[in-house]
Design a protein. Structure first.
Length: 337
């Protein structure tokens, strides 16, 4: 007999329903703060809305007034509406990160000058949306069964990507283990990507979904390392072939030589070429070509910290890519092992 994931989820939901717990939500990444709610049930980051309190049952979230939280059909906004049937597909992982349909990336897009609405996808035509992750204060997945289920769902997705790894280069390192140059285990994607350009050194270009690396522009990638990452981490660059991409694309020219460095200063949306600070550690140049997966460096995970890496062009290579972990993943990641 074949058990579907939804059968398992229902069975699991039923067993957890007896111990209903409540949680609040904090956003980090491109926009940080508590998740508040307007009186009509919209969720807001920033502004003066009172903090929201939620419950989760069978993957569906309900607010403290019993309103079902939905992902709206038009623009994928997450809001809690009176009388609505809550959208299922939400999970709180064992480290407290909220996922929807297996993804832990959410987007905050400006609603006013000081507050942001919450979405599962960026709003098309809105250039000011930022990538965020959402942490629940409580109700973490504790049962082994549920953790296993979440992990195996992620692994199923990742395994199906089966990228053709054509080269794996390893920078000299003091750590003996190297974490995988793929996303089959625990990984982090950048929560903020900031392009900086020597041709407009004082311009803050703000957040981007693309990595942009040209002879004059480099990109800074911020990673928020979970407190649970207490072992070894690797910085990896995944660069599949165009034919392996389903939801992303890239433009590439040149010999592929890129330089990777960690910065002393954590980038923000106002970071420019002029104020980006200095290089803390230069990991040197790597040749990054389509069809490669490269371990840039391996290090003790900086648990609980935000770290910034700059990727720049060494000899005129130009690479613009939409950072994406849908099959096949492309871009800069931190893997943990
Ligand atoms: C979430 O996953 C469900 C089940 O696969 C699917 O029907 C739904 O369209 C997905 N929602 C979004 C917003 O991607
Ligand atoms: C990911 O990398 C590890 C270590 O190199 C390897 O054992 C595993 O098979 C890889 N997974 C996939 C899906 O390629
Ligand atoms: C992001 O990169 C993709 C792939 O190169 C490109 O098609 C798209 O136009 C870029 N978007 C922006 C805003 O630069």
């Amino acid at each position: 007999m074949k058990y579907s994931l939804s059968t398992l989820a229902v069975a699991l939901g039923a067993s957890l329903a007896a111990s209903q717990c409540t949680f609040s939500i904090t956003s980090s990444g491109g926009q940080s703060g508590i998740l508040g709610q307007l009186s009509d049930g919209q969720n807001r980051i920033g502004g003066s809305s009172p903090q929201g309190t939620y419950t989760i049952s069978n993957g569906a979230i309900t607010d403290s007034l019993g309103r079902g939280c939905i992902v709206t059909p038009e623009v994928n906004q997450i809001q809690c509406d009176a009388g609505a049937t809550a959208t299922s597909g939400f999970e709180i992982s064992s480290n407290g990160q909220i996922t929807f349909n297996g993804s832990d990336v959410f987007y905050a897009c400006p609603a006013t000058t000081s507050s942001y609405n919450l979405y599962t996808t960026p709003v098309s035509g809105q250039s000011l949306c930022v990538m965020i992750v959402l942490s629940a204060s409580n109700c973490f997945a504790t049962s082994t069964q549920q953790s296993t289920m979440v992990t195996s769902t992620v692994q199923k997705t990742m395994a199906s990507q089966a990228t053709a790894v054509t080269s794996t280069s390893t920078a000299p390192t003091s750590t003996s283990t190297t974490c995988p140059a793929n996303l089959s285990g625990a990984f982090e994607f950048p929560h903020l990507i900031i392009p900086v350009s020597s041709s407009s050194p004082t311009t803050a270009e703000g957040t981007s979904f693309n990595g942009t690396i040209t002879s004059t522009t480099s990109s800074i990638f911020n990673f928020d390392i979970p407190t649970t990452y207490t072992g070894t981490c690797s910085l990896v660059f995944l660069f599949p072939l165009q034919s392996q991409l389903e939801t992303s694309s890239f433009t590439f020219s040149g010999n592929g030589v890129l330089d990777f460095a960690q910065l002393t200063t954590v980038a923000t949306q106002s970071t420019t070429f002029a104020n980006m600070g200095s290089v803390k550690t230069d990991f040197g140049a790597e040749t990054i070509t389509p069809g490669s997966s490269t371990v840039i460096t391996t290090f003790p995970c900086p648990a609980g910290q935000t770290v910034s890496y700059e990727v720049s062009s060494v000899s005129g290579t130009s690479l613009v890519f939409f950072q994406d972990f849908n099959p096949s993943p492309i871009g800069l990641y931190i893997t943990s092992c």
